[in-house]
Design a protein around this ligand. Structure first.
Ligand SMILES: Cc1cc2nc3c(=O)[nH]c(=O)nc-3n(C[C@H](O)[C@H](O)[C@H](O)COP(=O)(O)OP(=O)(O)OC[C@H]3O[C@@H](n4cnc5c(N)ncnc54)[C@H](O)[C@@H]3O)c2cc1C
Length: 485
């Protein structure tokens, strides 16, 4: 009998848990440790944030699904990994701290044969003074954040209706943020709602970003074919900004936020400030607070985790100039170099470098979008780790690992630009590979044939369909596993 412990039931961890349960017989145990009782389809939080969806539409309780599937659930935080055991435990184990209201404050220790770290990001609002729901801005990263954002937006719309001009700033709250695609989506969904409410004229919508140019999205932008013509995501995105009258402030690092004022520095080294009536700025991400200890109880966190707190896996982390990075430096098995039975997947793994070229301002401030690890790659990584583990359990420990590098993987991204079955719009983009491979695809680093974009109402329908399909899949309804990651 083997026990697999999965830390985190988000997109990657939940995918891994369901596949492991499907691949392994009941004599093996699949255990999930996760702090929230509910699963969340995070992409649709954007629609919660404009009041178009409720929390109930984007979340569901995990316990009944896990009970039906035979997955053991601990509503808890993973706090420390002991990959070599200790004087009490012969086997490797994790320390957990319960968040389950019925066991709140209780600690636990769970031994494992295999461990998947799928803990996603820590929302690091603390990196920018005044950022986030405890400061002066709102967020759409969690359903409760999004509900609060929708309520503030409603107030802003009421003021606009009363004839009071409002400035809405949407973007990222630090020079090293990722997830610019989500900020872009929220900006255009808000803009769409303002138009629907008939108050667009009095509202100024500003997109504040660390991207060097529009359409970068943290992946260095894309060159693609649209309706038979080659274009770039820069041109494509700029025309949308022009068409909708959204003003963009690029190349920015937000330094601090005071009530109604954002202070930021740009690549030219000049520090500027911008007043606002409403601001949704995403936080930078870092790895969750987790430690690791060896058999002697010595802290080995610095060997297991990168300084960003993300878990080191089979990537090449040797520091290099940006131009010297190669596609093969990206991880593909997500197995940690120190312990072959530990995997780091989804946002939890440490990327070896940025995908967009990192830049510093003339005063030395780093303004560099971090590489996005979006839903599709995160799900694929979860499944890849599950395949490796299940085969090693069933066929022997020396069975080779499965591979799925982001430098050899495509991703589809549909960025909503306003919801509504008749009035909605979305920008649908696919890219292959996610991490450009300049040796294989000289020029843009990506396959022109497999990288394309379309914008329109049909893309909104697809975005909505994905919402329905992925929630169906996550609920493990009949034939769920036929829906690709
Ligand atoms: C607003 C927003 C919109 C987005 N829209 C899109 C989109 O349209 N398309 C797309 O592809 N991607 C989108 N993304 C990105 C997508 O949500 C992520 O790629 C994806 O969720 C990453 O999966 P993950 O499993 O790594 O992390 P998550 O899905 O964040 O899961 C992490 C899990 O770990 C749990 N956890 C945290 N700490 C611990 C701990 N100590 N111990 C145990 N468990 C822990 C968390 O509670 C959570 O359940 C969006 C992101 C945001 C913020």
């Amino acid at each position: 009998m083997a026990r697999i412990v999965i830390l985190g039931a988000g997109i990657s961890g939940h995918t891994a848990a369901l596949h492991l349960r499907r691949m392994l017989g009941k004599e093996h145990e699949v255990v999930v440790v996760t702090p929230n009782s509910k699963w969340n389809w995070i992409p649709s939080n954007i629609w919660v944030g404009v009041g178009k969806m409720t929390t109930e539409q984007v979340t569901f309780a995990l316990a009944p699904i896990y009970r039906r599937k035979g997955i053991v659930l601990h509503q808890a935080l993973g706090v420390a990994i002991h990959p070599e055991g200790n004087s009490f435990h012969k086997r490797a184990f994790v320390e957990i701290s319960y968040t389950d209201p019925t066991r709140s404050g209780e600690k636990g220790e769970i031994e494992y044969d295999y461990l998947i770290n799928a803990t996603g990001p820590k929302l690091n609002f603390a990196a920018t003074p005044g950022l986030g729901p405890d400061g002066h801005t709102v967020s759409v990263c969690t359903p409760s954040h999004a509900i609060e954002a929708a309520s503030h937006l409603k107030d802003v719309i009421a003021k606009l209706k009363a004839g009071v001009a409002q400035r809405l700033v949407i973007g990222v709250g630090h020079g090293t943020c990722t997830c610019e695609g989500a900020a872009f989506e929220y900006a255009f969904n808000v803009e769409h709602e303002l138009r629907l409410a008939g108050v667009r004229e009095l509202a100024e919508v500003v997109y504040l970003t660390n991207e060097f140019e529009l359409g970068d999205f943290g992946v260095g932008g894309m060159t693609f074919t649209q309706s038979g013509f080659e274009t770039t995501s820069k041109l494509w995105t700029e025309s949308l900004f022009r068409e909708r009258g959204v003003h963009a402030i690029l190349q920015s690092h937000v330094e601090k936020i005071e009530e109604g004022v954002i202070h930021y520095e740009q690549l030219d080294g000049i520090k500027r400030s911008l007043t606002f009536d409403f601001a949704m700025l995403l936080p930078p991400f870092r790895g969750v607070d987790m430690k690791a200890f060896n058999a002697a109880g010595e802290d080995i966190s610095a060997e297991m985790f990168a300084p960003s707190g993300f878990m080191k896996v089979d990537a090449n982390y040797t520091p290099k100039a940006f131009a010297d990075w190669r596609a093969e430096d990206w991880p593909s098995t997500y197995q940690t170099p120190l312990y072959s039975n530990i995997f780091g997947v989804g946002i939890a793994f440490a990327p070896p470098h940025q995908i967009s070229e990192p830049r510093k301002s003339v005063t030395g401030t780093l303004i560099a979008p971090s590489p996005p690890r979006t839903g599709m790659p995160s799900g694929v990584m979860g499944k890849t780790a599950a395949l490796t583990i299940s085969e090693r359990i069933l066929k022997g420990e020396s069975t080779p690992a499965h591979h799925a590098s982001m430098a050899n993987m495509g991703a589809a991204c549909i960025a909503s630009a306003g919801s509504g079955m008749r009035t909605g719009t979305a920008a649908a983009m696919t890219m292959y590979p996610v991490v450009p491979d300049y040796q294989k695809y000289p020029g843009s680093g990506r396959s022109a044939k497999d990288t394309f974009g379309e914008i329109g109402l049909a893309a909104h329908w697809i975005k909505y369909l994905l919402h329905v399909m992925f929630i169906y899949k996550a609920k493990a309804k009949p034939l769920w596993f036929l829906i690709p990651e």
